[in-house]
Design a binder for this molecule. Sequence first.
Ligand code: ADE
Length: 247
Amino acid sequence: MTASLLRWYEREARELPWRRTRDPWAILVSEVMLQQTQAARVVPYYERFLARFPDPAACAEAPVADVLRTWSGLGYNRRALALHRAAGVVAREGWPDDLASLPGVGPYTAAAVASFAFGAAVLAVDVNVRRVLARSGLEVEPTPQLNQALMELGATVCTARAPRCSACPLADGCDGPEEAAQGGPGRPRFEDTARYVRGRVVAALVAGEALPEVGPERLARALDGLERDGLIERSEGRIRLPGDTLG
Ligand code: ADE
C-alpha cells in the first residue's frame, strides 16, 4: 500500500515551494503558516516572508511590527509572534535538539521540520494525516516523502467531508469515511467569531486605518485578548502594534 501511495504522490503532488527545500528555517516558516491555512493560500505569503526574512537572524532582528505586517492577511496572528520568538532562539542558540521547545512549535510542527529539514524517521501527524491513517488502517515506516504523500492525500483526496475514494491509492481494503456521511456539526459564520474581530483589528493597525465598527463590546473583548497575547500595546488610550514606532 505504501508503494502505491508513493507512486500516486509522484504522479499527482501539487508543486509547492517548501517541497523544494531542506532549509529548516524555510520549512519552519511553511509549517507554521500551514497550521490552519490551506496550502494554496500560504504560497504567496511564504515567498514574501522568506524574501523579507531569509534566515532566523533577519527575522529576530526585525521589530515584531514588521513581522506582523509581513504576515498580515494570513490570519491567526499569534503564529507570527511565536515565529518571531522562535527566530530569536535559533539565531542565538542554533536549532535545538527538541524542536518542540521552540515557541509556537507543537508536536506536529516539530515532527514535520525534523522530517523535511533533518530527514528524521518520524511521522508528522496533523488532522489530515490522522484521518487518512484512521480510515485506511495504513501502517507506515515514516520517511519525508511518505509524510508529504500522506499530507497530500489528506488535503486533496481523503478529505473530511467529500472524500474522492475513486481517486485514492489506498481505497483497496479501506473502510472508508464513516464520519463523512454524518456531516458533522455546523460551524458559526466566520464574521460571528472572535477571531474575525481580532483579525480585523490587527489588519486595521497594519494599514493605519480606523478600528472596525463591530460594536463596543466585541471590540473591547478583542482588544483585551490581543493585548493579553502581546499582539497590540495600549498606552494613554492609543493602540499600536508591539514595538511599532510609526503609530
Ligand atoms: N500541510 C501541512 N504541512 C504541509 C506540507 N508540507 N505540504 C502541504 N500541506 C501541508
